[in-house]
Design a protein around this ligand. Structure first.
Ligand code: FES
Length: 128
């Protein structure tokens, strides 16, 4: 499947130590800033669907806001159930001109240019 980088957020909306939920028409994306490195996972926790981008980020681990399962944001691995079937999909990221871009499959809805705005962007969450 063909993929392309798409801008999904402004880096200024994702300070180090925070995470962010982004709802796109085709997927929910969780963004994480670990000391300036940006990572992206599928936003849906494999346990019961909690929004990982609204979790608590500590180092490179995010705790799901619903039941606290922890995931490595670099790999998507689940600490509680390390089997690959519980691993969260990881997306490649890059930052270009202050915009966070995520490598996503090209779909009909993503092939049109959209303004970024704040639509679908959740609040950044401070962590300890
Ligand atoms: S929904 Fe994420 S730990 Fe339960």
């Amino acid at each position: 499947m063909e993929k392309q980088f798409r801008s999904v957020a402004q880096l200024s909306d994702l300070p180090p130590g925070t995470c962010l939920s982004i709802e796109l028409p085709e997927a929910g994306i969780a963004l994480f800033n670990v000391k300036g490195e940006v990572f992206a996972l599928d936003n849906t926790c494999p346990h019961a669907g909690g929004p990982l981008g609204e979790g608590c980020l500590t180092g490179d681990l995010v705790a799901c806001p619903w039941h606290g399962w922890k995931f490595n944001v670099r790999t998507g691995a689940c600490l509680k159930n390390p089997s690959p079937s519980w691993q969260v999909t990881r997306y490649e990221t890059r930052v270009v001109n202050g915009e966070v871009q995520v490598l996503l499959p090209i779909s009909q809805s993503s092939s049109t240019t959209k303004s970024l705005g704040n639509e679908g962007v959740g609040a950044a969450h401070e962590t300890a």
